[in-house]
Design a protein around this ligand. Structure first.
Ligand code: AMP
Length: 559
């Protein structure tokens, strides 16, 4: 067996469950079980006096201590108003997510006797700029070196593509998780994974199916007992019904019926739920996923993609037979259920592994070219600039394959290109000729990234000292539209030098990188002066709050 390279772990930070994976010495992605020997860990955090408990125990504790348990925290990532108060302390969503990440890493370290430091974390394709940044911050609070944030469907496609690289294919990744639905068209080739289009709903997931069962249970309980009160007002009953609904839903994926019992206020009602009834209660939810898929296909058509080869299903909720049935029916193609619980973490691990191999190749090739490693952008560029030859690359790849024991093709494929699109449109607040405030879109959703857009702004008065730019995110592809149809995600303040005349052009460049991070730069055109831009957002943890969370998390052992 060869010398191992520095590992980069893949983490699927899910709404309901999370998991961690790595690539083993044979080049195979494997999930690392948690301390409870489970392959997925509930993304649930229990503040148990001085202890932080994450996972199954936390999930079960929700029943007894509903106010001390936080679930579905992913839905609050990037939300400025989310604060969880416990005792005298306040926690933002990033920090609570960091505890989930810590639990995964801690258990993985125990299992592998190795430190988890570098990671690739996944997020839904529809996550906007703030949610992505919040995910990165969660990783940093947990103490990781976050190498990259990649999209869940891209990650699943990498796992899928790595199984069969014999032919190019266009796949639809239909990802129905615990709280979110993503539909993405991806062009998978031997050396690239390119996202063509993405769509979905971040408030549609397995949980909504659970809620329908809960509502039905409440109705049945009222019918049988004659009690008219809303039994969900009782937090214990609410928790009980939630857990029992999820259990029943999972059973109905395997069996035609399941018994359900509801206990509240000393009364107990027993009932049988069959799959037909469950499907009737949730038909519109599946239909919504079909509508989103059609919408995405229309957008793909505009980009010249009129067909696809396969549909792959990922996300735990695609185990419901109604999903396969409805998708087959709507699109005339039987979807493939692909490793629904594990594909995302495994794909992230494969991507991380490729990054690690790539790091090692760059180290070898920069030595060969006598070029400082920090000046190397990527290997293709070194070859293009003739700093190294194709033969140098081959030799370095062979040496790396020999040193590590990995196959030569897998080492050579480390240069996998991942191309992404923005899932949202980005614009700024401006005034139209009538003087109304509007959003003027600069980057339309489903634009391939990286992208750089420039726009001129003009000083309004003489000696203007600051310019405030409000950056707006939306799901519309219109060029101009009312402010209330977008969300303000950041403000950028330009600090201008003194003595500028009015009406002076200032060029602002908005750049979105491969990961979906936004960078803003500005230049005063008359003298080509760089202008200081301060980007501010209340939606993502930062400054002192971030440092405090990081310090708090540093020595914390989660249970
Ligand atoms: P994910 O976020 O991909 O882990 O998906 C979690 C969701 O999948 C939760 O809503 C689970 O209840 C749901 N799920 C997991 N297993 C099953 C199953 N066998 N049948 C139906 N739903 C499931």
């Amino acid at each position: 067996m060869g010398k191992p390279i520095k590992r980069i772990f893949g983490i699927d930070l899910g709404t309901t469950y999370s998991s961690i994976a790595y690539v083993d010495e044979f080049g195979k992605a494997v999930i690392i079980p948690n301390a409870e020997n489970e392959r997925v860990t509930p993304s649930v955090v229990f503040f148990d006096e001085g202890n932080i408990v994450v996972g199954e125990v936390a999930k079960e504790s929700a029943k007894l201590y509903p106010n001390e348990v936080v679930s579905f925290i992913k839905r609050s990532m990037g939300e400025p108003n989310f604060i969880f108060e416990y005792g005298t302390e306040r926690y933002r969503a990033e920090e609570i997510s960091a505890y989930v990440l810590k639990k995964l890493a801690q258990d993985a370290e125990l299992h592998l006797s190795e430190t988890v430091s570098d990671v690739v974390i996944t997020c839904p394709a529809y996550f906007g700029i703030n949610e992505r940044e919040a995910t990165r911050k969660a990783g940093e609070i947990a103490g990781f070196n976050v190498r990259q944030i990649i999209n869940e469907p891209t990650s699943a496609a990498i796992a899928y593509g790595s199984l069969d690289t014999s032919r190019n294919k266009v796949v639809l990744v239909y990802d129905l998780g615990g709280g979110t639905f993503d539909i993405t068209m991806i062009d998978i080739r031997k050396d690239s994974v390119e996202v063509i289009c993405t769509g979905g709903d971040h408030n549609l997931g397995g949980k909504d199916w659970d809620d329908r069962i809960v509502a039905y249970m409440v109705e049945k309980f009222q019918e049988e007992t004659g009690m008219q009160e809303d039994i969900l007002d009782d937090p214990d009953t609410w928790q009980d019904l939630q857990l029992s609904a999820e259990r029943s839903k999972k059973i109905l994926s395997q069996r035609p019926k399941t018994p359900i019992s509801i206990t509240h206020g000393g009364k107990r009602v027993k009932m049988l739920m069959d799959r037909d009834k469950f499907e009737e209660l949730t038909e519109d939810l599946v239909e919504r996923t079909v509508d989103f898929t059609r919408e995405m296909l229309d957008a793909a058509k505009e980009k010249g993609y009129t067909r696809f080869d396969e549909i792959i299903l990922v996300g735990g909720a695609t185990r419901m037979p109604q999903v396969t049935e409805r998708i087959s029916d709507a699109f005339g193609m039987t979807p493939k259920v692909f490793d629904p619980d594990e594909a995302v973490a495994k794909g992230a691990a494969i991507y991380g592994w490729k990054l690690a191999l790539n790091d090692d190749l760059i180290r070898r090739l920069s030595e060969k070219a006598k070029k400082p490693i920090e000046k190397v952008e990527n290997i293709s560029e070194m070859i293009d600039k003739k700093e190294i030859s194709a033969a140098d690359f081959k030799k370095a790849a062979m040496e790396l394959a020999e040193d590590t024991g990995y196959t030569l093709p897998s080492v050579e494929s480390a240069m996998l290109k991942v191309k992404n699109v923005t899932s949202k449109s980005f614009g700024i607040v401006a005034h139209n000729p009538k003087g109304d405030e509007i959003v003027f879109n600069l980057v339309m959703r489903n634009t391939t990234v990286p992208v750089r857009i420039k726009k001129n702004f003009y000083t309004a008065v003489e000696d203007q000292r600051t310019v405030l730019i409000r950056i707006m995110e939306s799901e519309t592809s219109k060029v101009e539209f009312p402010v209330e149809h977008a969300v303000e995600i950041k403000t950028a303040i330009l600090h201008l030098p003194t003595g500028l005349p009015s009406d002076l052009p200032i060029e602002i460049a908005f750049e979105i990188n491969e990961e979906g991070r936004l960078y803003i730069t500005a230049e005063e055109m008359s003298e080509s002066r760089k202008i200081d831009v301060v980007v501010d957002t209340a939606s993502v943890i930062g400054g002192e709050e971030f440092e405090k969370a990081k310090a708090r998390s540093q020595n914390l052992v989660v249970h």
